[in-house]
Design a binder for this molecule. Sequence first.
Ligand SMILES: [Zn+2]
Length: 124
Amino acid sequence: MESYTGICKHCGQTQIVKAESQEDANERTTLECSCPGGELERTKKHVREQLDVLIGELAPDNGWDPVRPEVFETIKAMADRIAENLISSCAMRVDGTNLKISRSKDKINIERSKTVRQGGSIEK
Ligand SMILES: [Zn+2]
């Protein structure tokens, strides 16, 4: 890793960062920036991490099946719109489970759930 002058892609503020490339440096600077754009990028990153845990590559560690990559991208895009406050909530059924992403005052809640029912009828 080398030192680069990263540029926040929202406000243009610069910062010296260690990075792999100029593009990587810009990404890092944007993620650390205190401007509203930087704050939004951080929110999206945290949302993405939570999606990884519930429906993405880390899902199996938590007892869930990961969704197909194209489905993940669709849900990620929806979650980004929620982070941007353009959509306030969405709920869907995916692979037999429920997924709900919603926005409250200062939080984004992401929840995956499934209902398991078991039982039988016995003739008497
Ligand atoms: Zn910025």
